[in-house]
Design a protein around this ligand. Sequence first.
Ligand SMILES: Nc1ncnc2c1ncn2[C@@H]1O[C@H](COP(=O)(O)OP(=O)(O)OP(=O)(O)O)[C@@H](O)[C@H]1O
Length: 591
Amino acid sequence: MSTSNHTVKEARPQAGLPSVSTEVRIRHFLKLLTSYWLSSDWMFAWFGTAFLLGSKYIVIYMSVQANSWQHSFYDVVQNKQVDLFIPEIIKFFLINGCSAVVLVLDVYFYGMFSMRWRTFLTTEYVARWMKNNGFYSMERAALIDNPDQRIAEDIKDFTNSVMAIVVGLFGSITAGISFGSVLWSAAAPIRFLIAGYHISIPGDMLWYSLLYTVLTTGAIIWVGRPLISRTMRQQQVEADFRFGLIYIRRNAEQIAFLDAAPTEVQSLREAFDRIKKNYHRLILAQMGINATGHIFDSVGKLLPVFLTIPKYFAGTLTFGGVMAAQDAFRQMTSSLSFFYQAFQSFAQQIANVNRIWAFDQVLERGGASGIQVIKEDSREIAARDLRLDFYHNASLTIGDWTILPGQRWVVVGPSGIGKSSTMRAIAGLWPDGAGVVQVPSQGLTMFVPQRLYLPIGTLKNAICFPGSPDAYDDDQVISLLSVVGLQKHAQRLHESRSWADQLSPGEQQRLALVRILLYRPDRLVLDEATSALDMANALHFYATLLERLPSVTLISVVHDERLTPFHTHCLRLAAEGVTQSALDPEEETVC
Ligand SMILES: Nc1ncnc2c1ncn2[C@@H]1O[C@H](COP(=O)(O)OP(=O)(O)OP(=O)(O)O)[C@@H](O)[C@H]1O
C-alpha cells in the first residue's frame, strides 16, 4: 500500500487570449485570405478569380458602351437623323442583351466560387477543431465561446464579404478609370487666379467628380465610425442569446422538473435586451450613414447638370455629350461610392476576422499538455509521478500506478476528488498537471463514461458507434440486447431516432455493455458506467462483463462498494492521500 498527498497549489492561470500586435493580426488576416490560393485547389482558385474579375470587367465595358450609345442616340435625336434612329435602337438591345447574359453568368459563377472557397476553409477548420480532441479541450477549459458559430457563420460571412469587397473594389477602380476617360472628353479646364497667376487645370468634370467622391466617402466614414465596434458587439450579443436558447434545449428536462421556465425566460429576456440595446445604437450609426449618403446623393444628381448645361448653352457640348457626361459622372461617383457602401460590410468583416483570429489562437495553443501521454509497446497501463491540477487551486497526486494485464482496478473516493479526471488523464483528455501516462500501443482500450454517446440514426448505428453497423450481424446485436435485458428494442434496430432522448439513462448504460461486448476491448475504463442502474442490474452488468471478457484489464470508477468484489485491486483517492491495495475476493477485503 502506498500513499501520496492531496495538496493545495498555485492558482491556475485564467484561460484567455494573449494580446498581440497589429502586425501579427495583419499577418494572420493575410494568411486566412490567401490560404485557398495556395491550397491544392489553387488552379480553380486562380482561374476562378481571373474569370470573376474578367466578367466584372466585361460588365463595366458594357456599361461604357451603353454610355457611348447615349451620346450618339441623343445626338441623333438632336440632329433629327431619322434614318439612324432604328439602327441606334437595335444597338441598344444588343448592348443590353449582352450585359444581361454576362450578368447572369457572373451571378452563377460568383455563387459557385464563394461556396468552393467556403468549403475549403470550413473543411480545414473542422479538421483542426476535431484534431487531437481539440473540441473537447476547448469545452472543458471554456477556452472560447461558440466555436460552432465561428465555423458555420463567421467563415461564411468572411468569404462572402471578402468577395464582395474585392470584386467591388476591382469594379469601382475599373469603372472609375473607364468613366473617368469619358468625363475627361467632356471636360473644360478649371481656371482660377492665385497671387496674380492664372492657373488652368484641364479636365474639370473629372476633378469635380473625384472631389465629390472623396468628400462623400470621408463624410460617410466619419459619421459611421462607431459602426465597427457596434457591429462587433451585436455579433457577440446575438451569439450569447443563441447559446442561451441552445443551453435550454440541452437541459430541457432538468429545467422542466425544476419548473424553472420563468427564471429562464427572465434570463433570455435580459440577453435579448442586450441585443435590442445595441441594435438601437447600431441603427443610429446606420441612420447617420444613410442620411449623409442621401444628402450627397441628391447633390450628386444636380451637380453634373450644373457642370454641363453651361457648356451646352455655350455650344461647346452637344445634347448627346451632355447626357453622356452626366451619366458618366453618376456612374463614376456611384462606383467610387462603393467605399462607403462597403463600410458596413467592412465593419462586419473586422468583427469576423477578430473572431476567427481568436479561434485560431485557441486551435494553435491546443496541443500544450502538462501530463504527457505516451504509447509504448508494452501491455500495461502505467502512471509515473502523475499529478492532476484543478481550477480551484487544488491538485491530486497519484504518483506511480501500474495496471498489469488482466488486473481489475476499482477507483473509489469522495465526490469531486478527481476520479473521473484521473480516467480523463489516462485517455489523454486532462492536460493540467504533471507526470507521464504510458498506454499500450497495441490492442484496443475502450473508455465508457457515465453518459454514453448515442449519435442520431438507427439504433444499430448508435450501438456500433464509432464503428460501422455493417461490421456486425443483426443477430449478434439482437442476442446481446437480450443478454442485457433490452430484447424489447430488438425490433427497432433499424429505426432512426435520437436515441439519447428515447432511452432511459439505465437503458443507455445497458447499451454500453452491448457496445463493449461487440468490441471486446483488451482494456476497459468504466467511469461510473452503472450509476443509473439498480443494484441487481449493476451486478448483472459486471458479472456478464467478466463472464464474457474474463481476461480484460479493467479500471472502473464506482460509488457503490458492493461492486468492489468484481475487482482485484483498489485505488482509493482521498483528501489525505491516495492509497493502492490488492483485494482478496475470498476474504471480501474492503477497499
Ligand atoms: N471540465 C471541467 N472543467 C473544470 N474543472 C473540472 C471539469 N471537470 C471536473 N472538474 C473539476 O475537477 C475536480 C474533480 O472532478 P471529477 O469529475 O474528476 O471528480 P469525481 O471524483 O469523479 O467526482 P464524482 O464522484 O462526483 O463524479 C472537481 O473539483 C471538478 O470541479
